[in-house]
Design a protein around this ligand. Structure first.
Ligand code: NAP
Length: 223
């Protein structure tokens, strides 16, 4: 995909973590990069706000969505359903609304790249909200790739990646989690935001990629 001074890329979730790394990479190309999140005044759980955002923005070329990293843990029997539904409202329904609204202003050759996570296809007790939300997103993206063609729609599925998403954990526990991942994953490391950002660039740049799930997870799915 050729970038020009007129190319407009939008990264929703671009204020932090993986989205910020994607935005940094796109900023090195010609054109402009718009980033948005609640910090810039856009809550993607608010469908009307999302529609107004794209109406105001005008024509775009690429949409990347990395917003919404939190979801309650716990067994199906125990999980707080209101918290689970709120997580879906942001990551799942927010991504659907973003794709729907972005498609109305997308120029020919445009792309939409959403974000799931390795738990979509790795089943671990106590993580069903992430599993369900990310699996639903992957399935929906494939449907969107049909319905929105020739706009290309893909999903990047990250593995454990060191981002601000884990800022709320105690430092020792967080370091232990990343050390354990580096020691056990086939790739011998945990993910950095820049590792994952390359998946979005592939989805944007390769004109033969649509309806794809791009796994960048250090081998977590073959463990
Ligand atoms: N990091 C990992 O280990 C990992 C693993 C698997 C999958 N993933 C997925 O990768 C994606 C990015 O994760 P990350 O680690 O980069 O997370 P992060 O650093 O927490 O960034 C999340 C971004 O989403 C935005 N956001 C959250 N709620 C929002 C809302 N309601 N409306 C608009 N923006 C919202 C945040 O900004 P505001 O707070 O300003 O809104 C922030 O920019 C997520 O979908 C996550 O599930 C991450």
């Amino acid at each position: 995909m050729t970038f020009s001074d007129n190319t407009v890329s939008v990264v929703i979730g671009g204020t932090s973590g993986i989205g910020a790394a994607v935005a940094r990479a796109l900023t090195r190309r010609p054109g402009c990069v718009e980033i948005a999140s609640r910090a810039t005044g856009l809550d993607i759980a608010d469908a009307e706000a999302v529609a107004a955002y794209f109406r105001k923005l005008g024509p775009i070329d690429h949409l990347v969505v990395t917003a919404g990293s939190s979801a309650p843990g716990g067994k199906v029997a125990d999980v707080d359903l209101d918290a689970a539904k709120a997580a879906f409202d942001v990551k799942f329904w927010g991504s659907v609304v973003l794709a729907r609204e972005a498609a109305t202003v997308m120029r020919p050759g445009g792309t939409i790249t959403l974000t799931s996570g390795f738990l979509a296809r790795r089943t671990v007790a106590g993580t069903f909200v992430k599993t369900a939300m990310n699996a639903a997103l992957e399935a929906t993206a494939k449907v969107l790739a049909h319905e929105l063609a020739p706009v290309r729609v893909n999903v990047v599925s990250p593995g454990l990646t060191q981002t601000e998403a884990y800022a709320g954990m105690a430092g020792d526990a967080r370091n232990a989690m990343f050390d354990r991942a580096a020691a056990t994953l086939p790739a011998g490391r945990f993910g950095r935001p820049e590792d994952i950002a390359q998946g979005y660039l592939l989805a944007i740049d390769n004109p033969f990629v649509t309806g794809s799930i791009i796994d960048i997870e250090g081998g977590a799915l073959i463990q």
